[in-house]
Ligand binder design. Structure first.
Ligand code: PLP
Length: 294
């Protein structure tokens, strides 16, 4: 969807005690060129981001997104983001989304090659219409990520737990899923552990328990999954983070891909084998996910 609004942030030092950061925001024309050709985000994908779902101008799960932004910055040796400054920027951008569903992106790049500082910006756009995948479900294929489950600990420079701007691999996986007649992919490790989708977390229903792969295994800790688990626990369900064998996805009672903008999309088939879509439960998940949350 077209970007409605954009602002450039002059990043504050982490100990900046200002209450109001509006003077550090510069609203720019979202359709005009804005980045220098020396930008390392565009040259090397060297930066981090967050996509925050917005409902009626309210940025959802903003505190969890900001915490993950700070986590990604640490993993990438980027300067610590001033979270209050980013919170205010996200609020300003979210207010521009208008009624209905939108998306605010927070982007922190290493900046211009040999430049003095990182580049930071925030955008706001309307969300795409996800009614069909939320309602009817999506077909997924499992794809080998080509790394064993020890790789994230053995090779932290792969940045597997950071939400970096280098999403070319994730986009290639979705294209491969489409070539195989599916809508989306789910990565598995080369030693057969279920991981995540290229842009979403996997949740399985195993009996009356809801299980998601352990985020320590080199996958992102999803803000949507965190919120949904808190909701499920409040409803009396058991939830757990576990090392999940890839085969468990086919054997689950039901399963979902969840993320900040698409929200909960039930999985209708895995590698061509049908999986039960619980439409009533999915609708209740999405009603919860569309209610205002901080
Ligand atoms: N895993 C990956 C690789 C993602 O890119 C995303 C979101 O884009 C997620 C999981 C889900 O995270 P969230 O629920 O915070 O959107």
């Amino acid at each position: 969807m077209a970007t409605r609004f954009a602002l450039i942030i002059t990043p504050a030092a982490s100990d900046d005690a200002r209450d109001d950061f509006s003077a550090s925001f510069e609203v720019i024309d979202p359709s005009a060129p804005a980045l220098s050709v020396g930008e390392l985000s565009t040259q090397r994908g060297d930066g981090i981001f967050e996509s925050v779902g917005v409902v009626d101008g309210h940025p959802q799960d903003l505190a969890a997104h900001l915490a993950r932004l700070a986590h990604s910055a640490r993993l990438c040796d980027l300067p610590e983001p001033h979270l209050e400054q980013w919170r205010q920027a996200a609020q300003v951008a979210a207010a521009q989304c208008g009624p209905g569903e939108g998306v605010v992106k927070l982007i922190l790049s290493r900046g211009v090659e040999h430049g003095p500082a990182p580049t930071a910006w925030v955008t706001a756009a309307d969300a795409a219409d996800f009614t069909v995948p939320r309602d009817r479900g999506i077909r997924v294929v499992t794809l080998d990520r080509g790394l064993d489950s020890g790789a994230p600990a053995r090779a932290p420079w792969l940045l597997l737990g950071a939400k970096t701007l280098s999403y070319a691999v994730n986009m290639a996986a979705i294209r491969e899923a489409k070539r195989r007649g599916a809508d989306d992919a789910v990565f598995v490790s080369s030693d057969g552990v279920l991981l995540e989708a290229p842009t979403a977390t996997v949740i399985l229903r195993l009996g009356d328990r809801f299980v998601t792969p352990e985020p320590g295994a080199g996958i992102l800790h999803g803000t949507t999954q965190l919120s949904l688990f808190a909701h499920l626990e409040a409803e009396g369900y058991e939830t757990a983070y576990e090392t999940v064998p890839a085969a468990a996805l086919r054997e689950a009672y039901s399963a979902w891909l969840v993320s900040s903008v698409r929200l909960a999309a039930p999985i209708a088939s895995v590698d061509g084998a049908p999986l039960a879509v619980d439409r009533a439960l999915t609708a209740s998940f999405n009603r919860f996910l569309l209610s205002p949350r901080d």
